[in-house]
Design a protein around this ligand. Sequence first.
Ligand code: SF4
Length: 184
Amino acid sequence: MTDINKLYDSIAYCNKCILSKTRNTIVFGKGSQNPDIVFIGEAPGSDEDKLGLPFVGRSGKLLDKWINKYNLSLDNIYIMNAIKCRPPKNRDPLPEEKNACREYFEKQLEILKPKIICALGKHALSNLIDFSVSSKYSDMRGALHTYKNIPVVATYHPAFILRSPQSAEKVYDDFELLLKTMNN
Ligand code: SF4
């Protein structure tokens, strides 16, 4: 069994925080176990909670479109959330829930060792670097950040682009930066 599968097995029935009471299932991650890029969102939504996979609803379809546009696939990327259980009614995770779950995504990234990380939205970024979600997220895009010596590029969450399709071009700018940095 691989280290990533062992990690999944060790948290599959986690009840460290209150989200364990309302979730249907843990949403761990999907993709290559030796990825070039890890895409990380904040927390599962309703579709993910039902299926146990990240980014499978409308947001997931849009993320797939971005990924396919740049000839990426689950053979060379990995997709996950920082928080492994769905917050009720998709509310923001509470600080104590983030703290409880933090060791899992940190361990997951330690095992996956990506060349680069793409944060999908400000909540995801706030788990990786010193960034307050009350700060202006647009200022964080277009720059390189670092999580434990791994470069991090920030882009918008697909759910935001579904609500604000006029910003879609900015995501493509972020993907260009992501790929350019990865290939340098
Ligand atoms: S959110 Fe994380 S810490 Fe909380 S129950 Fe789920 S796996 Fe455990």
